[in-house]
Design a protein around this ligand. Structure first.
Ligand code: F6R
Length: 625
């Protein structure tokens, strides 16, 4: 997730873009940069650019060094980066310039076919300056503009380039010969147009321009927009006319940074469909699971005979789900260990062991030390990580990045869901390498995974009922969470969210274990959340959990039941019933977790804890053991 701004008008583009990037820095802060359409010493049109690795402050320092006069102009594009392809360096920072210095682009998303395009550009004698997937777009535009059927035509050249790109992208193109225009396109990533008087704006979100205008235009997927001082024109990728949807922004500046939500965490909860979708993008092609940047050979992968999962907190809960998936699909034993315990008990590892290290930040000291220990024992380490270039992936043999975008709220939400999706990709890749699933079976599972973002959206759309439930529940001092099978990690995650946000004692148990002790905790009116597996899945498990619900109801507990739509068998035993869309058993956690996130937020607020982004005593990255 990166932040993008574009401006054509009468103000100085540099200052405007800097302000916009400041407000969008939450979207990524690996590097930033701005390009301005200006003139050279002879007064000829050129594009001047400044960019720098690291936080925006580094870019500001660089601008102070070279002087603002070098960057004067009233058409500008800017970018703040959340690194995906290529480390967070100066050369990988956006904007990217074409070989002839006439085109500048900024990009958010992933150009999936960049490797093929890169080779083609290199064969044409152009040396690429960055390791990114994005730079190809700048060169392709220059080729199309300089020569051939679209020569001299900025619009036709941009459309020709877009026609060649695969993946998800928001792209802004600027050409020195057309200093009063920006051409932009979106496919599966955000782009909003801001409409001012004799000035037009583009932004990844309205925070980019809300200071200047509240009139905005929403674009459809696969729309192109051309902005100039006089207005905007919307096209389809084939060049035919399209229409944007005008709307008036009713947020103020502060709310805009959080996308209109009152906290980053709420915003991140609502970003979960995109977090899962973006994590899946590019990992299934021609009927095969694809693992990019994967340095473990297929032979090594084939020889893996056991998996250890190491992680902390929510990442650990996602790892529990990896165990279910890998054992079920690959038929090899999977052990899971809280990372802080791993190296202190001398686990038995060898070169046929795959260690799956899961970490949002990639900096967690407990997980990092566990990775180091695993490596000394000769195991292969695969990191699942949300932060490009962080320490854990750097020290691992291979990495699968989740594409949840920056998670600012300290309690993990979207990163957790993205981790579960990534763990399932690993499971399917192992099943493919070891031949434990037929290609059509893998394809079928992949298709169910691809349906998840849409179903996550359905759960998000029905969150009002959870608000009502929380109001009715009133003040609670303690809460239990029960699940069986893949519902157990969901129960643990629900309990953790409640502890973190509401500071309420909460515990998650396997529902069957309750009768072996914890049932003594049940008393009149104690709220107990029960995650019920699909009745269409393992029948026995469903009926067992229904019995477990009856056991606790008989002792006075009030039950909050999370169950699949149409599961009428549980209705009589639920004080509150929250339904989620139908899914296969293994996919259910990706849906069942979400109501528990809302529950924790609502109960936290009912308890007067409004700063849900920064729960007490916690830190986003825990870099001490
Ligand atoms: C819980 C939470 C933490 C993290 C844990 C691991 O909401 O955020 O439990 O999951 O500290 O952090 P990473 O994934 O960065 O290694």
């Amino acid at each position: 997730m990166c932040g993008i701004v574009g401006y054509v008008g009468n103000r100085q583009g540099l200052n405007l873009a800097l302000d916009a990037l400041r407000r969008m820095e939450y979207r990524g802060y690996d590097s930033s940069g701005i390009a301005v359409a200006g003139t050279d010493e002879q007064g000829d049109p050129v594009i001047n650019m400044v960019k720098h690795a690291g936080k925006l402050a580094n870019l500001e320092a660089r601008i102070a060094e070279i002087g603002e006069d070098q960057l004067r102009g009233t058409t500008a594009i800017g970018h703040t980066r959340w690194a995906t392809h290529g480390r967070p360096t100066d050369s990988n920072a956006h904007p990217h310039m074409s070989f002839d210095g006439r085109v500048s682009i900024v990009h958010n998303g992933i150009i999936e076919n960049f490797a093929v395009l890169r080779t083609e550009i290199e064969q044409a004698g152009v040396e690429l300056k960055s390791e990114t997937d994005s730079e190809v777009a700048a060169h392709l535009l220059a080729f199309a503009y300089n020569d051939g059927p679209t020569a001299g035509d900025f619009r036709a050249s941009a459309l020709a380039v877009l026609d060649r790109l695969e993946g998800a992208f928001t792209l802004l193109f600027m050409h020195a010969d057309h200093p009063d225009q920006i051409i932009a396109a979106r496919r599966s990533t955000p782009l909003i147009v801001g409409v001012g008087e004799n000035e037009m704006f583009l932004g990844s979100d309205v925070a980019a321009f809300i200071e200047f205008t509240k009139e905005a235009v929403e674009l459809d997927q696969d729309n192109v927009v051309i902005i100039s001082r006089d207005g905007y024109e919307v096209l389809n990728f084939d060049g035919s006319a399209a229409e944007g949807k005008p709307f008036t922004i009713d947020w103020d500046l502060a709310a805009a940074e959080k996308g209109g939500y009152d906290s980053f965490m709420m915003k991140e909860i609502f970003e979960q469909p995109a977090a899962v979708r973006d994590t899946l993008v590019g990992h299934f092609s021609d009927g095969r699971v694809v693992l990019d940047k994967f340095d473990i050979s297929n032979t090594d992968l084939k020889s893996i005979n056991q998996v250890f999962v190491i992680a902390c907190g929510s990442a650990y809960h996602s790892g529990l789900l990896a165990k279910y998936a890998i054992e079920h699909w690959v038929r090899i034993p999977v052990q899971i260990e809280v990372a802080s315990e791993f190296r202190y008990r001398d686990p038995v590892l060898d070169e046929r062991t795959l260690v799956l290290a899961i970490s949002q930040s990639g900096e967690t000291a407990d997980t990092l030390e566990a990775v180091r220990h695993a490596k000394t024992q000769g195991a292969k380490v695969l990191a699942v990580c949300n932060t490009n270039g962080s320490q854990i992936p750097r020290e691992s043999d291979a990495v699968l990045y989740t594409h949840a975008g920056p998670e600012i709220g300290v309690a993990s939400t979207k990163a957790f869901l993205a981790q579960v999706a990534a763990n399932y990709i690993v499971g399917l890749a192992l099943a493919q390498a070891k031949g434990t699933k037929y290609p059509d079976e893998i394809q079928e599972i992949w298709e169910t995974l691809e349906e998840i973002p849409g179903k996550v959206q359905q759960v998000l759309d029905s969150q009002e009922s959870i608000k009502q439930l929380s109001d009715e529940l009133g003040r609670v001092d303690t809460m239990l969470f029960l699940g069986r099978g893949v519902g157990f990690p969901v129960a643990l995650e629900g309990a953790l969210k409640l502890k973190e946000l509401a500071y309420i004692h909460a515990e998650g148990f396997p529902a069957g274990e309750l009768k072996h002790g914890p049932i003594a905790l049940i008393e009149e009116d104690l709220p107990v959340v029960v995650v019920v597996p699909s009745p269409r899945g393992v029948k026995l498990l469903h009926s067992k959990i229904v019995s477990n619900i009856q056991e606790i109801r008989a002792r006075g507990a009030k039950t909050i039941v999370i169950a699949e739509e149409g599961d009428t068998a549980v209705e009589p035993y639920a004080n509150w019933l929250i339904t989620i869309p139908e899914s296969s058993t293994i996919m259910q956690p990706l849906l069942a977790t979400i109501p528990l996130q809302f529950l924790a937020v609502n109960i936290a607020r009912a308890c007067g804890n409004d700063d849900i982004d920064k729960p007490r005593n916690l830190a986003k990255s825990v870099t001490v053991e």
